[in-house]
Design a protein around this ligand. Structure first.
Ligand code: 13P
Ligand code: SF4
Length: 319
């Protein structure tokens, strides 16, 4: 990946208006994940979790997709859209789960389990997807594992998601790659328990990438879209949320009267529950990527074709 570009001194004053103008001029659509800054989400044609964004990318009818999320999400959009240009504000926006599962080591891991089906979380590189039988996201992981009932399954790369899926799908035999999300790993079960004592009526909503001791305290466990949905529909007036606080934007839009508390990290006042990769994307960099149509996300055709199969199968099975 190339180094981050320096920002020019002559950026337009009204970045939002320029982004909207360029979007039209370039025949581009802007897709954004729920962890993006609220001003980025506000300009997007589609905002969603990983599955919703993959679906939106599959239906894209445009010349350019400007993807505000992390690299594996934009790469998935490119795999589904070989003839469209996919650009991102910052190519350095990676993911600890994808980075922690290098293809050579994963190939050796899979080789130790001959005959096992490979279900891979979408938070992985195109190369790892290309070795998989089926891709999953946090919203359909249980269903995707259930698809291979009675057959051995390798599940990668998130070990916390894997433990939750193993329980929900009654698959204690899942063969698990031991990756972690550096953001969700930070939530402290002990400090969450203390916060619950202070707010006994609060409902706890958690992403399955959190560790088991945090999930054990959750009333609802689900993807970012499920967390947002439950926060809106729940009768609780106070919600404790164990995921990146980018999701607060959509909840506040719909239910501004509710009190949203972020599940605590290990230390008072730390911003360690913000995804440092997601937050590399800014309005300034989004403007530049639409102006210059770079940095572009590319996938070698041989890998793209192999990675497309398990992604399309997931979209088909979760339609
Ligand atoms: P969702 O698919 O739930 O949006 O999760 C993506 C992600 O990276 C969570 O950390
Ligand atoms: Fe990856 Fe975790 Fe960031 Fe999600 S929050 S993109 S899993 S590092």
């Amino acid at each position: 990946m190339s180094a981050a570009r320096p920002l020019p001194a002559d950026l337009p004053r009204d970045l939002e208006a320029e982004i909207l103008r360029l979007k039209k001029e370039r025949n581009a659509i802007l897709l954004a994940h729920y962890y993006q800054e609220s001003e980025v989400q506000a300009l997007a044609d589609g905002v969603g979790d990983s599955l919703q964004l993959a679906r939106a990318a599959q239906k894209a009818d445009c010349e350019v997709i400007a993807f505000c999320g992390v690299h594996f999400m934009a790469e998935t959009a490119k795999i589904l859209n070989p003839h469209r240009k996919v650009v991102v504000p910052d190519l350095e926006a990676g993911c600890s789960l994808a980075d922690g599962c290098p293809v050579d080591q994963f190939r050796a891991f899979v080789a130790r389990h001959p005959g096992a089906k490979v279900v891979t979380y979408i938070n992985s590189s195109a190369e790892v997807k290309a070795m998989s039988d089926l891709i999953c996201t946090s919203s359909n992981a249980v269903k995707m594992v259930e698809h291979f009932e009675g057959q051995p399954v390798v599940f990668a790369p998130d070990r916390h998601l894997a433990r939750w899926v193993a329980r929900e799908a009654n698959r204690p035999d899942l063969i698990v790659w031991q990756g972690i999300c550096i953001v969700h790993e930070q939530f402290s079960a002990k400090r969450l328990a203390e916060l619950r004592v202070k707010h006994p009526d609060a409902e706890v909503l958690a992403h399955p990438e959190c560790d088991d001791a945090v999930l054990a305290q959750a009333d609802t466990i689900g993807s970012t879209s499920r967390i947002i949905e439950r926060a809106i529909e729940s009768p609780a007036k106070t919600l404790i949320i164990a995921t990146e606080d980018g999701v607060f934007h959509q909840i506040r839009r719909r239910v501004p009267e509710k009190t949203l508390l972020q599940a605590p990290g290990p230390d008072e006042g730390c911003a360690c529950n913000r995804c440092p990769y997601m937050r590399l994307n800014t309005l300034e960099k989004l403007y530049l990527c639409l102006r210059d149509l770079e940095p572009e996300v590319t996938v070698p055709e041989e890998i793209r074709v192999r990675a497309l199969r398990p992604i399309e199968k997931m979209l088909e099975l979760s339609a």
